[in-house]
Write a protein that binds this ligand. Structure first.
Ligand code: FAD
Length: 815
């Protein structure tokens, strides 16, 4: 008998795969029972039923690792809780390294695991073979073992989660297809199905690879595409025991696990094949694609080199299943910026079984409380931008990400596909002068400039890459003379209206209610006092503010601001990114250069640090901001895009006498590290308040003005801080800091680096991170410690600092 479909539910979840069921389970556990999960066929009919079931945990982000750790903890107790078998076993995960660079990568991963509190041991090839006797290790340099990783049966886990959800009061209805989504006044109102409409307050889309098309029904962009993924299941093999750990052999592009006495072996082909480019065919349930042995053959050959027994083993089955993959290899969670109360949990890149427990927990909290339990930026749907609207672009980039699944993740590595897409008006000029570009949100941005005779291309390395000297030259030009940076990709907004000041005073932690012509560096905080946005606010007029934030934060920051402007105020957010190019002119000679091209008074008295004015530069109306992220005298010049080439040419011509240089984003990184300027997304974010980030000076707590997050900060001030942001300097210039290195204080692990790099003026590696101690951390505590950093498994001494090591008194900036 067909189950009744209610006419309304507080929350509707679309999709009964492992992720939808996990969201339902967690909402139920939170006491949300007016929840309806709709599955168009039977539970697990999409990608879930044919997954291999490996459950690994380590990711490059601490919070995503924590999320996967939550999955493991949940799967461990789920069978006892629900009485349904889950196939979960904690047999550990082994990872091999077969060349010196991979060995560095694995050692760095082991250090990252240590930083995040995850047990991971480095093993010799022989020790690895003792855990996995069937493999040859002639080519293995070393291995790492994560004892808490494991494997599960995906369908069984899904059924157990569904049973737990039902027991908590959630309704699950199968054989109902969602065909439409109604949106009114920018909010979700209802879903239509082949069995009638269901009104709802909140919608959670967990539709796997169907999600892109379902999102489109409501104007929500979900950048994922289905890609074919294959593995084989063998007959029983002598010597395969149930306790065999999962095995990842990235240099042979393969993964392994035990299954009923045989082996599962799958791989990531370097030439992946997309699926269903014209839409997913009707009736694709519990379905597989045809076996493609030709495509799998290179993977098979690599696998045979590792496990010779495979040669004699019978192949029971080959699975060729489609799965949704995304352009950056991470899944997609959160509330869609386009439509309120439209939540998304999809795009799991073949680690949806490992992620579902934690992702379901996090998404359920997000749905119920309107905010995630902790910072989930690496998977946040707001990390995407205009470049992700085009499916062709998304597919090209996604296939590249798939092909790179097991290739070495080089420091500073850039994508190659779908480029160039968004170009500044200076692109061709810079390219002709040796610019080597990186890409962010589709924008081409100069990373560094090769000299004539130097190869204008990145050559990656875990030691010093080929751009090391060039970046040092650009860094020196900025510190000693003057450098010009094209930062046109900055995200830029106007906030306009009678109540613009009121709105921004509520949104910003710093005091922005200043007269026109003044600039403010500020954070915007969430309810818990965590940093949601980190930006510059320039007051142009009583009813007009200009906001500048990082390229990658365009969607996120716009969403945060628009969502938090108090109702009823006459204050409106307008994105103007494309209207303005940005040329940043910095260095001790910046004033001399700008003066040649402008008749405006640029003297310190007329144009001091922290102010902005419209001036004329080489015939162009330019909004000049006297602010800096590199720590030198200079201006960010924001100008109508069509003037950019003219102004650039004039500045370069005027600068010749002063030794002006083009400079790129890698120099900016080195310059900002020496100045201690924080980067949102790594050093600071929603989990860090300005107080722990050492940014208390930029908060108007001394004033009575209410602002979002103020109460939380006042509360934090009453107690000792559990952590504090600090810098670390290493004497040995050959140590390579990349971020995630473990920090030891007096021999005890107390945190990890949130960013790291090389300071060329200081001639030393620099890193930043939080020193943690539940008993409380203050500046004296930080400075009293004796520190070491673990870098790729080795410890090196480090000196802490709280004041920036370069120009702490800002004399250069204010010159
Ligand atoms: C070959 C292969 C091997 C894999 N191996 C692993 C592994 O070892 N470890 C790991 O962690 N992950 C692995 N994965 C990935 C894993 O299978 C997926 O990430 C995971 O199953 C995704 O779950 P989901 O709930 O997001 O999507 P799905 O399981 O696809 O669920 C989406 C559901 O939405 C339903 N639906 C769609 N449209 C509608 C509609 N209009 N109305 C109602 N319902 C709708 C579908 O029927 C489907 O049941 C593998 C994937 C493949 C293909």
């Amino acid at each position: 008998m067909m189950q009744d479909l209610p006419s309304s539910a507080r929350v509707v979840i679309i999709g009964g795969g492992i992720v939808g069921c996990s969201v339902a389970y967690h909402l139920g556990k939170m006491g949300w029972t007016d929840v309806l999960l709709l599955e168009r066929h039977r539970l697990s009919a999409g990608s879930t039923w044919h997954a291999a079931g490996l459950v690994g945990q380590l990711r490059t982000s601490a919070n995503i690792t924590q999320l996967l750790g939550y999955s493991v903890a949940l799967y461990e107790r789920l069978e006892a809780e629900t009485g349904l078998a889950t196939g979960w076993k904690r047999n550990g995960g082994l990872r091999l390294a077969c060349n010196p660079d991979r060995w560095i990568e694995v050692r760095r991963q082991a250090t990252t695991a240590k930083s995040f509190g995850l047990e991971m041991h480095l093993l010799t090839p022989k020790e690895a073979q003792e855990l996995w006797p069937l493999m040859t290790v002639d080519d293995v340099v070393g291995a790492a073992f994560l004892p808490t990783d494991g494997q599960a049966n995906p369908s069984d886990i899904t059924q157990a989660l569904a049973k737990g959800a039902r027991a908590a009061g959630v309704t699950i209805v199968e054989e109902v297809k969602v065909t439409g989504i109604s949106v009114e006044h920018g909010r979700v109102r209802a879903v239509t199905t082949d069995r009638g409409a269901v009104a709802c307050e909140r919608l959670v889309l967990c539709g796997g690879m169907w999600s892109r098309a379902l999102g489109r029904l409501a104007g929500v962009n979900i950048p994922l595409v289905p890609v074919r993924h294959q593995y084989v299941i063998t007959e029983r093999i002598e010597g395969v025991t149930p306790n065999l750990p999962t095995l990842r052999d990235p240099d042979r592009l393969t993964y392994w696990k035990e299954e009923v006495g045989g082996l599962v072996m799958g791989g990531y082909e370097p030439n992946p094949i997309p699926w269903a480019e014209d839409g997913i065919p009707e009736g694709f349930e519990f379905a597989l694609l045809d076996e493609d042995w030709d495509h799998f053959e290179p993977i098979m050959r690599l696998a045979l080199g590792r496990v010779p027994a495979l040669e004699r083993a019978g192949i029971k089955r080959m699975i060729n299943g489609p799965e949704s993959f995304t352009p950056d290899g991470n899944f997609i969670l959160g509330e869609a910026p386009e439509v309120r109360n439209f939540f998304v949990g999809c795009g799991f890149n073949a680690f949806g079984i490992a992620s579902a427990g934690g992702a379901g927990m996090a998404l359920a909290e997000w749905v119920a409380r309107g905010e995630p339990p902790f910072d989930l930026w690496p998977v946040d749907i707001r990390r995407f931008g205009r470049n992700h609207l085009d499916e062709g672009w998304v597919r090209a980039r996604t296939l590249e990400a798939y092909a790179k699944h097991y290739t070495l993740a080089w420091p500073g590595e850039e994508h190659r596909s779908g480029r160039p897409l968004r170009r500044s008006p200076l692109y061709d000029r810079l390219r002709a002068q040796g610019a080597v570009f990186g890409e962010k949100l589709g924008w081409e941005r100069p990373n560094w400039f090769a000299r004539p005779g130097e190869e204008a291309a990145d050559r990656y390395s875990f030691a010093r890459p080929n751009w090391f000297e060039a970046v040092g030259r650009e860094h020196a030009a900025c510190r000693e003379r003057v450098a010009l940076f094209d930062q046109s990709s900055f995200a830029k907004f106007l906030v306009v209206g009678r109540d613009a000041e009121k709105a921004l005073s509520w949104l910003c932690a710093n005091d922005v209610a200043k007269p026109p012509g003044r600039l403010t560096y500020t954070q915007m905080l969430n309810r818990k006092g965590g940093i949601e946005c980190d930006l510059t606010v320039a007051r142009l007029a009583p009813d007009r503010f200009y906001l500048v934030t990082g390229t990658g934060f365009a969607t996120h920051d716009a969403d945060w601001i628009a969502r938090n402007i108090p109702a009823g105020l006459d204050a409106h957010l307008v994105e103007v990114t494309s209207a303005h190019a940005t040329l940043s002119l910095f260095g001790p000679r910046a004033r001399d250069v700008l003066a040649v091209c402008s008749r405006d008074d640029l003297a310190n008295a007329a144009f001091p640090f922290g102010t902005c004015r419209t001036i004329t530069v080489a015939g162009a109306p330019v909004l000049a901001l006297r602010v800096t992220y590199v720590g030198e005298l200079g201006w960010e010049l924001h100008l109508p895009t069509e003037f950019a080439a003219t102004v650039y040419d004039a500045l370069m011509a005027a600068g010749r006498a002063h030794g002006i240089a083009n400079a790129g984003y890698r120099a900016i990184e080195s310059l900002r590290l020496e100045k201690g300027y924080r980067a949102w997304g790594s050093d600071i974010g929603p989990d860090h308040s300005p107080l722990v980030a050492g940014l208390g000076w930029a908060v108007k707590l001394g004033k009575d003005t209410p602002f979002l997050g103020r109460d939380a900060l006042l509360e934090q001030k009453r107690r000792p801080l559990p952590r504090l942001f600090a810098g670390f300097m290493v004497e040995d210039p050959n140590v390579v800091l990349l971020g995630r290195e473990t920090i030891y204080r007096d021999g005890r692990r107390c945190g990890w680096l949130t960013s790291g790099g090389f300071g060329y003026t200081l001639g030393k590696p620099l890193g930043y991170g939080y020193v943690r101690d539940p008993a409380g951390v203050d500046p004296a505590y930080v400075m009293a410690g004796s520190y070491e950093l673990e870098v790729a498994g080795f410890r090196v001494p480090a000196t802490p600092f709280l004041e920036p090591p370069y120009d702490p008194k800002l004399t250069r900036v204010k010159a």
